[in-house]
Ligand binder design. Sequence first.
Ligand code: AMP
Ligand code: ZN
Length: 137
Amino acid sequence: MNDCIFCKIVNKQIPASIIYEDEDVLVFMDIGPIIKGHALVISKEHHGLVTETPNEILAKLHWVAKRVALAQMNELGADGVNIMQNNGAAAGQEVPHIHIHVIPRYASDGHHWNWNPKKYENIDEMNTLAEKLQKHL
Ligand code: AMP
Ligand code: ZN
């Protein structure tokens, strides 16, 4: 994928602050950190969504994300870590190359996700959706 910005980082065509690399995975600092120390764990191979990424690659991405989280806690003194992954423009994915955000969190960092829980009309509405999902699992 020639015009993919993360493929360009993988191919060293554009610079990034790389903190880890192996045969399948690259980790670099997010240039627009939610909290300073925010890193991105990406596959070297171009895949778009989580649903399009081979399971072995996904597993490796998550092992590495765990190591980044440990580094943020042990070295940067993070009190917690958000690990998140957006899929599709509707979900806020801006770069269409799979990546896991690993974001260090501090008790006093003042950041709040806009997490607005909704309510189902009734229990049947929830159970109808549950049945639809269950058929595929
Ligand atoms: P998403 O919205 O999940 O696709 O996240 C894309 C992330 O990539 C954003 O947090 C951006 O700040 C980050 N980003 C975009 N371009 C670069 C770049 N050249 N180097 C580092 N991070 C980048
Ligand atoms: Zn790519």
